[in-house]
Design a protein around this ligand. Structure first.
Ligand code: NAD
Length: 422
């Protein structure tokens, strides 16, 4: 691949699929049908800004594959959003829903915008405009969005409400990650990190690491990263958080950073910098720390062939989507870094989103304990399905990511065959 292509997330997603297709001996028709999205919608979104002028934004919704059920996937608001990023994320959603074996397909959406520079009113008008355009391909049995980078439960509430005005009745299940008062599920807000923590618990068992004594570092301190910080200690019974970072920079302390206090500091000040008794650390250096568990929880392509050789973590639990390039994957695996690949590690979010849809559709809500137990069961089973496949293919020197692909691609391919699509 040319250098630019190497970091194009969609090219990466396709290369990962190609490897799995070959190992599975997938016929060419099925392989090709899985290589590109089934549908995508590109939309133009004129929005009246607070200064009275109209600004035009670009948005996308990609429905990658719905053989196993209606498509599902988050909506990202990001100034550098591209259609190829959305395609890749939609592909990964397809593999993600398959690996945790929930009856959904994969989709994703995005708007090219910088929410940090927009008022609440501007964000509301943009979010409603997106649904006015994209609503025609959403709904029960079709596609249902959720939050992702820089989108929030409030944004989901506006979107759900706009859809209500389009169809004339409440379809709470059309959007997940909503506030509890509007059909949200208990346990959704920390579900991505919690699901990842359950897989770390299983990985530690497998590798003979005591998670209560494990050191850990987190890159990215948003929804996924913040909950990973507190849940690692709360769920796994201890551990020492030594570094965290966000887009402005990172902090390090070899004596440990109190997880709940750093979350509070971030909420109060909007950054992790300046937390008492810590030293600054760059995002790059954080990745190379000697820790038991590394949680990449920011954006894609942060571990590449340039720095993979320097990664010293025993486990990389990829809460972010696409943090590791295929070249880096091979280097990490060769060096004995145990990867819990993104679409397995961060599948807790979509799993509880699925629970939210189920509860919305039968209009009866579960308690938190039930959500946690059902999430744990799904994540633990998915982790072991992937680990068993990894062990089965040991002679072929595959990575954990390829093992996850083998599980998911086989499930999606089976559904397509049974439907008579291929
Ligand atoms: P978020 O918007 O809440 O947080 C993103 C965080 O990353 C912020 O702290 C931001 O400062 C930081 N960041 C941005 N650029 C960075 C950089 N260059 N270096 C270091 N930090 C940087 O987003 P989130 O929901 O926590 O999502 C993070 C990752 O997890 C994304 O890859 C997302 O796709 C993935 N993910 C999230 C969910 C979910 O339910 N929230 C589910 C599945 C996957």
């Amino acid at each position: 691949m040319a250098k630019e292509e190497k970091l194009n997330p969609f090219k990466i997603a396709q290369a990962q699929l190609d490897e799995a297709a070959e190992l599975l001996g997938l016929d060419e028709g099925t392989h090709m049908a899985l290589r590109t999205p089934m549908r995508e919608l590109h939309v133009t979104l004129p929005v009246r800004m607070d200064n009275g002028k109209v600004k035009v934004f670009q948005g996308f919704r990609v429905q990658y594959n719905d053989a196993r059920g209606p498509t599902k996937g988050g909506i990202r608001y990001h100034p550098e959003e591209t259609i190829d990023t959305v395609r890749a994320l939609a592909a990964w959603m397809t593999w993600k829903t398959a690996v945790v074996d929930i009856p959904l397909g994969g989709g994703k959406g995005g708007i090219v915008c910088n929410p940090k520079e927009m008022s609440q009113g501007e964000l509301e008008r943009l979010s409603r405009q997106y649904i006015r355009q994209v609503g025609r391909i959403l709904g029960i049995g079709k596609d249902s969005p959720a939050p992702d980078v820089y989108t929030t439960p409030q944004i989901m509430a506006w979107m759900m409400d706009e859809f209500y005005w389009q169809i004339g009745y409440n379809d709470f299940g059309v959007i997940t990650g909503k506030p509890i008062a509007l059909g949200g599920s208990l346990g959704r807000s920390d579900a991505t990190a919690r699901g990842g923590i359950y897989t770390v618990r299983e990985a530690c068992k497998h590798l003979g690491i005591d998670p209560a004594k494990a050191t850990y570092a987190i890159q990215g301190f948003g929804n996924a990263g913040q909950f990973a910080a507190t849940l690692h200690t709360d769920v796994l019974g201890g551990g020492k958080l030594v570094a965290v970072s966000d887009s402005r920079g990172g902090i390090f302390s070899k004596d440990g950073i109190a997880p709940h206090a750093i979350v509070e500091h971030k909420l109060k000040t909007g950054k992790v910098e300046g937390f008492p008794n810590t030293k600054p650390i760059t995002n790059e250096a954080l990745l190379e720390l000697e820790v038991d568990v590394l949680y990449p929880a920011a954006l894609e392509n942060v571990i590449t062939d340039k720095n993979a050789g320097n990664i010293k973590a025993k486990i990389s639990c990829e809460l972010a989507n696409g943090p590791t390039t295929p070249e880096a994957d091979k280097i990490l695996t060769k060096n004995g870094v145990f990867i819990i690949p993104d679409f397995l590690a961060n599948a807790g979010g979509v799993t509880v989103s699925y629970f939210e849809m189920v509860q919305d559709h039968y209009n009866y809500f579960w308690d938190l304990k039930t959500v946690h137990e059902r999430l744990d069961a799904k994540m633990t089973k998915a982790f072991h399905d992937v680990l068993n496949t990894f062990n089965q293919y040991k002679k072929k020197n595959i990575t954990m990511r390829t093992a996850a692909y083998l599980v998911s691609v086989a499930r999606v391919a089976e559904a397509m065959k049974l439907r008579g699509w291929v």
